[in-house]
Design a protein around this ligand. Sequence first.
Ligand SMILES: CC(C)(COP(=O)(O)OP(=O)(O)OC[C@H]1O[C@@H](n2cnc3c(N)ncnc32)[C@H](O)[C@@H]1OP(=O)(O)O)[C@@H](O)C(=O)NCCC(=O)NCCS
Length: 193
Amino acid sequence: MSLVELDLGDDPDILGRLDLLSMPVETRILTSADAPVFWTLRLEALVEEPRSFGQSAEEHRAAPVEQAVARLRASSLSGDFVLGAFSGMQLVGNAGFYRLPNKKEIHRGHIWGVYVTADHRRQGVGRKLMNELLHITRSQPGLELINLAVASHNTPAQRLYESLGFQLYGRDVHALKIADTYVDENLMVLRLR
Ligand SMILES: CC(C)(COP(=O)(O)OP(=O)(O)OC[C@H]1O[C@@H](n2cnc3c(N)ncnc32)[C@H](O)[C@@H]1OP(=O)(O)O)[C@@H](O)C(=O)NCCC(=O)NCCS
């Protein structure tokens, strides 16, 4: 669609927002300096998609930004990380990875918190984040498989994970309880070797 075909309506900021939408998206590992924007995007994810994440927005609001600073700082030391997708200066998506340090569990990695803000979806940002996350993790010594859980109703995310080689291996029934409703989660695994 060209700009002349657009109905710009009464929104004086629309050209600025269109500029932002057309910027290339770059990924990088977040550092503690990114904690404020990460905290804000995480809150957006929990408010907008409560059935896709275990933590509630209230719990997140109660956790100060300092906790996010500590988490991102600790991550950089352990090999865990949160990957961010930036459109210019704006954080528009993220995806987290961690391993438990226990001897009997360290061969497994876990993906959490995959989110792309609504106006940047369906433009390859989620795939870019996941591809880069997998690229980084493949160089980690001793990592044999990666697990994730995805709400059973969440077809977009499931399709993305399947396209990257994740396989369904189980179902966590009533994994989440939100008021009187339940969310089942599909359990997926990517075998690296
Ligand atoms: C799931 C999510 C991260 C995908 O991000 P995205 O940037 O829109 O994804 P992409 O544009 O990179 O698309 C990658 C693939 O995902 C699948 N997909 C994405 N959106 C889809 C949709 N609306 N319907 C069906 N498949 C979809 C497709 O397989 C797509 O590949 P294709 O473009 O070759 O068809 C995003 O929809 C999101 O943040 N959703 C809300 C939070 C969430 O559900 N997180 C996952 C928690 S486990």
